[in-house]
Write a protein of this length. Structure first.
Length: 287
């Protein structure tokens, strides 16, 4: 069944992206108005994070969010028939910081990212660039649906050779791979599991729990730590700004991982405030 669905998806992906965006407009309306997909979660999150915003602003951000969510969906469909060069033309990567960090000391490291812009394209773009330069990469993923769609998403994410690590095996496996020179990608902006480690850091004016393991692993391994800041330039056009995070004076201290976490929380917050519609507001971030 999955192979048949993938074949149909591949055929659909041959349609030019400008025409697929017609499908995106319809999907956005269905999500926002038709089935009201997590509509209350989106509106409550925006209202709580931007209490000074007018009703008109909140309404525009909500509409913009669903349009963006639908765009990400059709952009992921396009991946089925995309080449690395085609993606590179749509998602520019300022790879100077990445290149310098990779070859400094020859150690594996981490790229810390968020669900802002097209986070699916981000993983594929970084992974393909690393593969071109002979550097292995891996990404952490949460459990997906057990049906055909979940299998297809995983196959698309691994299309250009990125190793995928299930979330429940992330810490031990990531440390092992980093010692072998892998660059590990972490999406760190979702709510941490109740049983896992977390630190409280203010984010968008709200006390928020964050997961520090990505920073801890990088500090322990001694490799580079980069934050991927995604700027949306337009439909299907993105710019990735890679920033090397500062290593605390005492990287083995109990506070070091929290200090690094605060660095990328500040960068993500600044990006969201510039263009609020393009973050994953339908996630129940504050539980």
């Amino acid at each position: 069944m999955a192979s048949l669905v993938y074949a149909l998806l591949w055929c659909l992906s041959l349609v030019p992206l400008r025409l697929l965006y017609v499908l995106s407009w319809a999907a956005a309306w269905v999500l926002r108005v038709g089935i009201r997909y997590r509509r209350k979660v989106v509106e409550d999150n925006l209202r709580a994070c931007f209490p000074e915003a007018s009703d008109q602003e909140l309404h525009q951000w909500t509409k913009g969010y669903y349009r963006h969510l639908a765009d990400v969906m059709v952009e992921m469909i396009k991946v089925a028939s995309m080449s690395p060069n085609q993606l590179a033309s749509r998602m520019k990567l300022d790879h100077d910081a990445l290149g310098q960090s990779i070859y400094q000391g020859g150690k594996g490291g981490v790229i810390i990212a968020s669900h802002y812009g097209n986070f699916e394209w981000l993983s594929l773009r970084c992974g393909s660039w690393l593969a071109e330069h002979g550097v292995p990469s891996a990404g952490i993923y949460a459990r997906l649906s057990k049906g055909s769609w979940g299998k297809i998403i995983l196959s698309l994410r691994a299309k250009w050779g990125m190793l995928l690590i299930p979330k429940h095996k992330a810490l031990i496996k990531s440390l092992q791979l980093m010692k072998e020179g892998y660059i590990i990608g972490f999406m760190t902006d979702q709510a941490p599991p109740k049983e896992g480690p977390s630190v409280m850091i203010d984010f968008l004016g709200r006390p928020t729990a964050w997961m520090p393991p990505a920073a801890k692993l990088a500090l322990r391994n001694g490799g580079p730590m980069l934050y991927a800041d995604v700027e949306r330039l337009g439909r299907g056009r993105y710019q990735v700004h890679l920033t090397e995070l500062s290593v605390p004076e005492n990287p083995r201290s109990a506070e070091a991982a929290e200090e690094v976490t605060r660095q990328y929380v500040k960068l993500l917050e600044a990006r969201i405030k510039k263009d609020p519609a393009f973050w994953l507001w339908s996630h129940r971030r504050w539980k």
